[in-house]
Design a protein around this ligand. Structure first.
Ligand SMILES: Cc1cc2nc3c(=O)[nH]c(=O)nc-3n(C[C@H](O)[C@H](O)[C@H](O)COP(=O)(O)OP(=O)(O)OC[C@H]3O[C@@H](n4cnc5c(N)ncnc54)[C@H](O)[C@@H]3O)c2cc1C
Length: 426
């Protein structure tokens, strides 16, 4: 089939690869100038199934009210005066009711495990080299914080995710660069989890997709989808030679991987998805590496659940990221979010990085009320969906792409896809 993919984030690029490797003729339209330049650009890169469950703000275990009271996502939502956000909050509350949480976690974990297996396989078979670090350490400052992670650990235990409870001394042996004066009550180490560079992976997968003949068209904004047995796209193309021009192109199928840009394309077709952007920020700075102090900064990933901050090593740099924040970002909310990230870095790894050379990044994850993506047919002729991966899009990308490719090829997916279709929002 001739297939158009809209969007070249990690979800679009991995989908393009899998489709092209399965023998389809693929064209990717991306409004920006490169792959993985939006939500897939500079996040923590957590890529394990356990982190997906423990870190997802939506299917998070434990008391939702507790989260709200700690000022996290639901409180911000509940206080929002915008009708659309209020409506979304109600759907979120309903989707995440206590009786549904175990099933959501199971589905998330299932897709994430499948995805991890595929990412490992692709890395091996295609000889991909990109930044990766192994192990995740969850830290608690006091007994109350340690207690608050227990529900998440119980859920991980149920799902068979390995973890070990650590004393402060053991935390320091896992992460020797940790501030010895930090308030540290205990830690939990997840040895099979880790983080990797999503953007680097996306660039490598773009090359692999191109090897299978995929055409990438950048600075190409899709303005409209015209569904049918041979769906058509109206695309605005921009280049320095001829300026901006509009073209129409026909395909056998169209796949929408445009994250938050998807709703604008799908609403006119009658496909209404309750997707909002959940914002986050990151700060990336070079580490002060030298031979005298070899243990500078994190070895791998440190999670501070109280502040929902992840600090991870990214090659010779350290990255601190945090969220989720809902609503319109203003200059002052961004400044507050960034300040918290710097404070976290200073608390856990003081002096480890050259903050004067730090780079800031902000993005919004495309998020549906149940925290799961939509993968499969849209319900409109010729139009398929792979979108809404919330705060775990990198983790889920390789598996989602494989599931989607099976569906588009008319063969059963390797895993149960119940609960991942668009029909759950109709
Ligand atoms: C602070 C933060 C931390 C995070 N940490 C993690 C983590 O540790 N692990 C993890 O797995 N996930 C994490 N995430 C989530 C992850 O970033 C997203 O789920 C993922 O990047 C979504 O990928 P995507 O391809 O769907 O979206 P994007 O990367 O945003 O790609 C969508 C693309 O579509 C393009 N597009 C949109 N509309 C059009 C149009 N009309 N025409 C052409 N192109 C269009 C956009 O330009 C964009 O390039 C984090 C997110 C944030 C914000």
């Amino acid at each position: 089939m001739r297939i158009a993919v809209i969007g070249a984030g990690i979800v679009g690029v991995t989908s393009a690869y899998e489709l092209a490797a399965a023998g389809h003729e693929v064209t990717v339209f991306e409004q920006g100038g490169s792959v993985a330049a939006e939500a897939s650009f500079a996040h923590a890169g957590l890529d394990g199934p356990g982190s997906a469950v423990a870190w997802s703000p939506l299917s998070v275990t434990g008391s939702l009210l507790g989260l709200a009271l700690r000022g996290r996502l639901p409180a911000a939502l509940a206080l929002s005066a915008r009708p659309a956000t209020c409506a979304w909050t109600l759907r979120w509350l309903s989707a995440n009711r206590a009786s549904a949480q175990a099933l959501l976690r199971q589905r998330l974990h299932h897709l994430a495990s499948y995805s991890r297996e595929r990412a490992v396989e692709l890395t091996r078979v295609l000889h991909l080299e990109f930044e990766r670090s192994n192990g995740v350490l969850i830290v608690s400052r006091n007994a109350t914080e340690a207690q608050s992670v227990q529900p998440a650990l119980a859920a991980l235990d149920e799902l068979g995710v390995r973890f070990h409870q650590l004393s402060p001394e053991q935390c320091l042996s896992v992460e020797p660069g940790l501030n010895p004066d930090a308030r540290l009550h205990s830690g939990v180490h997840l040895p099979d989890e880790g983080a990797s560079n999503c953007r680097e992976f996306a660039h490598l997968m773009r090359q692999q997709a191109q090897r299978h003949g995929t055409r990438f068209v950048f600075n190409a904004k899709v303005l409209a989808i015209h569904p049918g047995t041979l769906p058509e796209l109206t695309v605005s193309l921009e280049d320095t030679a001829s300026g901006v021009r509009q073209v129409r192109e026909r395909f056998d199928a169209v796949l929408v991987c445009a994250a938050l840009g998807s709703c604008r394309l799908l609403s006119p077709l009658g496909v209404k998805l309750p997707m909002i952007g959940v914002h986050g920020h990151s700060v990336t700075a070079p580490l002060r590496l030298d031979e005298v102090h070899p243990h500078v900064g994190p070895n791998s990933v440190l999670l501070d659940p109280r502040n929902r901050v992840a600090i991870n090593r990214a090659g010779t740099r350290v990255r601190v990221s945090g969220g989720p924040l809902v609503g319109r970002m203003s200059r002052s909310s961004t400044a507050t979010a960034l300040r918290q990230l710097y404070q976290a870095l200073d608390e856990w790894f003081p002096g480890a990085s050259r903050v004067g050379q730090a780079r800031h990044w902000q993005a919004a994850s495309p998020t549906l009320p149940d925290g799961l993506p939509v993968i499969g047919p849209s319900g409109v002729d010729g139009v398929w969906l792979n979108l809404g991966h919330s705060s775990v899009g990198w983790t889920l990308s390789c598996g989602s792409a494989q599931v989607l490719t099976a569906m588009m090829g008319g063969v059963p997916a390797d895993i149960d896809t119940e609960g991942l279709g668009a029909e759950r929002f109709r």
